[in-house]
Every structure is written in C-alpha cells, then in structure tokens.
Design a protein around this ligand. Structure first.
Ligand code: FE
Length: 342
C-alpha cells in the first residue's frame, strides 16, 4: 500500500504545480482556441498574431465532438474562439447555441457580406473550391465539364472519391440539389456511384494517389490539397500525375466552401478573441492563409498565391452558403438511401 501512496502524493504535487501554472497563464494576455483545423495550417497564423499582439494563443486541436465539448463545459468553458472548415459545421455550432454575436467594423469591412452571418455569429475566413483532379495521361482537356456530367456513362469505372457522407461531399450534393431538386440529386448520386472505380474510402489526397496508381482517372477533391501534395516529398508524384479542372453546375459556377471562425458564448477573453478574429481576417492574416494553406483569401484585394494562381481561374457558384448548410440533412438522407458508400 505505501508504494501506491507515494505516486498519489506526487500526483497531488503535480496538480498544485499545474494549478500554479494555470494561474500564471490566466494573468497573462491569452486567447483559447478550439480548432478543427490542423496544426500545420493554423500555427503559422497564431505565431504571427502573438508576435504582433503579445497575446498567447492556446489551441486544443479536435477531430470531432467540438459542440458536445462546448455544451458540457457550458459557462466554464475556457474556449474563446472556434475555428472550423465547412459551412454546415459552422452553422451547426451556431445552431447549438454555443456562440455569441460579434459586432466589429474591421470584420465587416474584411469579410464580404455573403460570407458571414448577418447576426455576427460566424465569419468566413478562406474559400476553397471542390474540383476534379484529372489524370494528365488519361483525361483530355475539355473532357470534364459540369458536375452533372460526372454521373454520365463516359466516366463508368473511372471515378474515385472519399465517403459520400463527408461534409465536403454533402455540401456539394446540397448545392446540386439546390440547383435542381432532390429527385435529380438522387439520380445523380446513383450515376456517380455506378461510375466509381472502387468503394468510397480515404481522404481527398488518397484519391489522387489512386489516380497516380492507375486505379481511377478522375476524383473529387478540394483545391488546397494540390498545394499540400506539391510541397510533400512523398505526395509530389501524385500531384504531378493530375491537373485541376474546375467543373461548374449547369447554369452556375464552381462549388466553393469556407473555413470560418466564431466567438464562443462564454468567451473568458473576449477582447483578445476579437483581436484574433480581426487578425485572421486582416490582409496580413489572409496572406498567410493564401501562402501556407493554398486557399482563396476572402478579403477583397488580397491576392492568391502564385501556386494557386497557376491552377487557373473560375467563377464562384452564387448559391448562398447558408442554404447549402441547411440542406445538409436532406443530402445525408440521399447518400444513405442510395447507399453511396456501400
Ligand atoms: Fe480539408
């Protein structure tokens, strides 16, 4: 028994030390972030912010469960700011009631009105297009045209994609439904499924790897993954085997989605949270996003990176992103009814 008591004492001492550290941190300027975005994508931004403001950024990186965590922590939550990708995830966080309205002239000037919540509960920070990666060897210029055409027989056995239930694909299906109707989207999903070279699996980059390996000729993916693959020793060959093609909806543009930010309802460091949000939307923050993340800045006048420029230009589809978020449950039902992943 005594041998078990010693660790308990040590644990208690360690607890005291941790409490002392927490007290020290609380008295310094800080802001606490819960992030669905990956460390390599946001750490360069936070480092710059801290350098400029003296405010330390503490980040908890989450893969799932952000809403549940904020709800269970309630008013005691240390989180000030949440960062996420995908409009439906942003919307879900707001609808869960764990955010607060932010009024900021700087944010309103930086973020176009259609890329933020009119009530200030969320702000878009970057845009990405969901496009087609096409084999340079096996797909000719002009073969890929519209999203609708991806369901045509010309692509039988040639398409790879991640799960139909992933938020990126659900948003695309929602957009397609809004351009047409549910019946059309259902038929489209059936066609897409029959064109699959293999069951949906892996992430967006895994599909490009499969094109490189000759398993499929085209895949669905987000634009910035091209940048991440080009800069990765192992993945560069995958990237070199494909080119980006920007499909459009019939009578529309290319499907885009957002990454975004919100302030939590219980933010203990409200002023610092606002300073961080304003930095992320500022020209300086947007340039880092453009260079490091290979995304499209949303702040007017901030250029895309040279690499992103090299992929070509496209017209953003004009659907309202919040409508896409609201169509998510219907899209999930469609994917399950069609048994897209099965
Ligand atoms: Fe992603």
């Amino acid at each position: 028994m005594p041998r078990q008591r010693i660790p308990k004492v040590l644990m208690a001492l360690a607890g005291l030390a941790a409490a002392a550290t927490a007290t020290t941190q609380a008295s310094a300027e800080e802001v606490n972030v819960y992030s669905y975005r990956q460390p390599e994508l946001v750490e360069p931004l936070f480092a710059k912010f801290t350098e400029a403001s003296g405010i330390a950024v503490n980040v908890v990186f989450l893969k799932t469960g952000m809403i549940e965590r904020l709800q269970s922590e309630g008013s005691r939550s240390p989180a000030d700011v949440v960062l996420t990708v995908d409009i439906s995830r942003l919307n879900a966080i707001v609808e869960a009631g764990v955010t607060q309205s932010v009024q900021s002239d700087a944010l309103e000037a930086a973020v176009p009105a259609n890329l933020r919540d009119p009530d200030g509960h969320w702000f878009g920070l970057t845009a990405r297009a969901r496009i087609v990666y096409a084999s340079k060897d096996r797909v000719a210029d002009g073969d890929v045209t519209t999203y609708e055409d991806l369901a045509s027989e010309a692509w039988a056995g040639r398409l790879c994609t991640r799960s139909g239930t992933h938020p990126y694909n659900l948003a695309l299906i929602s957009a397609l439904t809004l351009h047409h109707d549910e019946e059309f989207a259902s038929g489209w999903l059936e066609g897409l499924k029959s064109n699959l070279a293999r069951k949906p699996q892996g992430n967006d980059r895994a599909q490009v790897k499969a094109i490189h390996a000759g398993e499929c000729d085209i895949s669905l993916g987000n634009t910035y993954y091209m940048g991440l693959m080009v800069r990765n020793d192992e993945q560069k060959a995958w990237a070199d085997s494909v080119r980006i093609v920007f499909p459009t909806f019939e009578g529309g543009g290319t499907h885009v989605n957002l990454s975004g930010v919100a302030m939590t309802k219980s933010a203990p460091n409200k002023a610092n949270a606002l300073a961080l949000m304003e930095f992320l939307a500022s020209a300086e923050g947007q340039e880092i996003y453009a260079e490091v993340n290979h995304e499209y800045p949303i702040t007017p006048g901030v250029p895309t990176s040279d690499l992103v420029d090299s992929w070509g230009t496209f017209d953003f589809d004009s659907l309202d992103l919040i409508d896409i978020a609201k169509a998510r449950p219907g899209s999930l039902r469609l994917v399950e009814t069609v048994d897209f992943d099965g």
